[in-house]
Design a binder for this molecule. Structure first.
Ligand code: OAD
Length: 251
């Protein structure tokens, strides 16, 4: 296992053990090692695909089949994927600490599959579809597209149960996430380019509230100046090292 200097983080452990919360914001990078592509950068889903054509309500109104084919492709990859050491380490940490929340931009359900329980999914989930008329939710389609999936109750077109560009996040989920960020003692930002609002503002809310922000990302991001500590490494190597250190330190 690669060694990291965890001293600045472990110095904050007494606060966490006293019941101050840890909040972990995750993005596509944490699932990269489960074989799911990220969005930006070389090989990312937005390389050669425009989000305006695949991830907006207007794109869906224009060409629902094209949008559904994109989500069906992502679902197929997801169904072959498993949580990696990064997801598993976060689940282990949640069992060790009195208060921890994961706020994820990911729609892949891999935190829950790893055993994490306190999860806020800011951008919805790939695993469900929702009726465009009556809002009822159904499991995401298993069969190839076309045919387009339709509501079992009213027969109207279903859409992926995700948040698209130009849409508001669920107010309940967002208010829980922003409150968690404002109240926490330590805030991890893991595997996100920190360029998509409003998720990107959570680290700022946390820092303003006095939290120590730690970034885990092999690449530089706009967040770095805000961070009390930066681990320029993969989530699946840093998070297990942190979880192992907690196991050693917590009686
Ligand atoms: P991005 O693709 O923008 O960023 C992924 C980040 O993960 C990059 O900063 C990478 O350097 C980093 N990364 C790659 N491999 C990693 C690893 N093994 N460990 C840690 N970090 C790694 O993905 P997000 O920031 O999640 O929204 O994107 C935010 C939102 O933009 C998504 O939720 C999605 C997208 O468009 C919608 O579709 C609405």
């Amino acid at each position: 296992m690669r060694e990291f200097d965890l001293t600045p983080l472990l110095d904050l452990l007494p606060e966490l053990l006293a019941g101050r919360p840890l909040v972990v914001l995750t993005g596509a990078g944490i699932s990269a090692e489960s074989g799911l592509p990220t969005f930006r950068g070389p090989g990312g889903m937005w390389e050669g695909n425009r989000p305006e054509d695949l991830a907006t309500p207007e794109a869906f109104a224009r060409d629902p089949e094209k949008v559904w084919r994109f989500y069906a492709w992502r679902l197929e990859k997801l169904r072959a994927a498993k949580p990696n050491e990064g997801h598993l380490a976060l689940a282990r940490m949640e069992r060790l600490l009195p208060r921890m929340t994961i706020v994820t931009q990911n729609v892949d359900g891999l935190h829950a599959a790893a055993g994490s329980r306190n999860i806020l999914e800011l951008h919805g989930t790939l695993l469900a579809a929702r009726c465009t008329a009556c809002d009822r939710r159904f499991p995401a389609p298993e069969s190839p597209i076309p045919p387009l999936p339709r509501c079992g109750a009213c027969g109207v077109l279903l859409r992926p149960d995700v948040v698209w560009f130009g849409e508001a996040l669920s107010p309940v989920t967002w208010s829980a996430a922003s409150r968690a960020a404002e109240e926490c003692a330590v805030f991890f930002v893991v595997g996100t380019s920190s360029v998509v609002a409003p998720a990107s503002s959570l680290a700022l809310l946390a820092a303003r509230g006095g939290a120590y922000v730690f970034e885990i990302n092999p690449e530089e991001t706009p967040l770095a100046p805000l961070a009390a500590g930066v681990f320029r490494a993969r989530a699946a190597e840093v998070l297990p090292a942190i979880a192992a250190a907690l196991v050693r330190k917590i009686p």
